[in-house]
Design a protein around this ligand. Structure first.
Ligand code: MRU
Length: 356
């Protein structure tokens, strides 16, 4: 581990850095209390970091997995190792399609190359290209999303509510939904953000608040259960969230709790906006019903992360359910913001158009 400041020359947060033979990952399990980077040297180490959510967020796990394959084939540049590393990383988490998408890109780029230095170079080049693409996608989403939410018809100073963490920790660049938030702030169109805690792993309380603080964006942290009441009370102009997989019909899988926010937004007549790169759209998945929802360990529900480690919240033997994601039907989504443009009221047609 290292205490190196995880920022680039411009002071922006850097969640992943790919050195010559090490992938440095800002350890998201330790934030906001400790800023430390993990040195990852193999596909197995990257897969473990993804499973533990030391690396998390749909686009970021795709980039990390691509780098994991590149690390592994750099050490053993064979077709067998390419296949083994790809399979290992693909199994790390099931819901975010960016993982399988990025791995398929690396496999397709490297497989035709002759075994040896050429195969290793092809995998590395593709991993770096994926990182660059997702970085550019963040800027595209920021611009399209800020144009949409900051339209002339919108309040001059927006009060937004967001869920989970969708910033620089979740995707290269400024992130997905949080990139839109940051762009609105840059344009002088943001009053403040309500950030949900996002139990059980507290991505909102630990990570989004950390990022908003660094960005100097006014915000308040709320418990997840406060969101619907605050929306009903008129405290929110729009909800904006990220996504882990968008089905061909526009259904959206995202952090558990997203569906409830969409219902509350719909019932109270405010926009529910989803931001994600086109790498999060899965054209092979017909609807949300076909999306695998990750079930995580019960211990995550029975405890909460604190500065000194996990603290028990319930008796040790308490039975728990811990779905990490839920599915919001397309009918509740006002707009899907991607780097290629916006699908308003997402439908099979508008989603296909984004991918054309
Ligand atoms: O379990 P996580 O923390 O990886 O879940 C992340 C989310 O649900 C984000 O909202 C999603 O990846 C989109 S933002 C990049």
């Amino acid at each position: 581990m290292t205490a190196t400041k995880p920022t680039n020359a411009a002071g922006a947060l850097v969640a992943l850095r790919f050195d010559r033979d090490v992938l440095w990952a800002l350890d998201q399990t330790a934030l906001p209390w400790h800023e430390r980077e993990l040195p990852l040297r193999s596909a197995a180490e990257v897969a473990d970091a993804i499973k533990r959510l030391a690396i998390r967020g749909a686009p970021l796990i795709g980039v990390a997995a691509a780098c994991g394959v590149a690390l592994e084939v750099a050490a053993d540049p064979t077709a067998a190792t390419l296949a083994r590393a790809t399979d290992l990383l693909k199994a790390a988490r099931p819901t975010a399609v960016n993982l399988a998408w990025a791995l398929e890109r690396v496999r397709a780029a490297a497989a035709p190359a002759p075994e040896g230095a050429a195969l290793a170079a092809a995998a590395r080049a593709e991993a770096e290209a994926i990182h660059a693409d997702q970085l550019a996608a963040s800027d595209g989403m920021a611009a399209h999303g800020a144009d949409l939410l900051g339209s002339d018809a919108a309040p001059a100073q927006l009060r937004l509510l967001t869920h989970c963490n969708t910033g620089a920790l979740a995707a290269p660049g400024r992130g997905t939904a949080l990139a839109v938030v940051a762009e609105l702030a840059r344009r002088g169109r943001l009053e403040r953000v309500l950030a949900t805690e996002s139990r059980p792993l507290l991505q909102g309380a630990r990570l989004t608040v950390y990022e908003l603080g660094r960005l100097g964006i006014a915000h308040e942290l709320i418990v997840d259960a406060a969101a619907a009441g605050l929306i009903a009370a008129g405290a929110v102009d729009a909800v904006i969230v990220g996504c882990d997989r968008v089905a061909a019909n526009g259904d959206v899988a995202n952090k558990v709790g997203t569906y409830g926010l969409a219902l509350a937004a719909h019932a109270n007549g405010i926009p529910f906006v989803v931001a994600g790169p086109t790498s999060t759209i899965d054209p092979a998945c017909p609807s949300g019903a076909a999306i695998a929802i990750e079930e995580r360990a019960a211990g995550e529900v029975r405890s909460a992360a604190t500065e000194t480690g996990p603290q028990a919240l319930a008796a040790a033997q308490t039975s728990c359910r811990n779905p990490a994601f839920d599915v919001t039907p397309a009918a509740l989504v006002t707009a899907l913001v991607t780097e290629r443009g916006v699908a308003r009221e997402p439908s099979p047609e508008s989603i296909a158009k984004l991918l054309a």
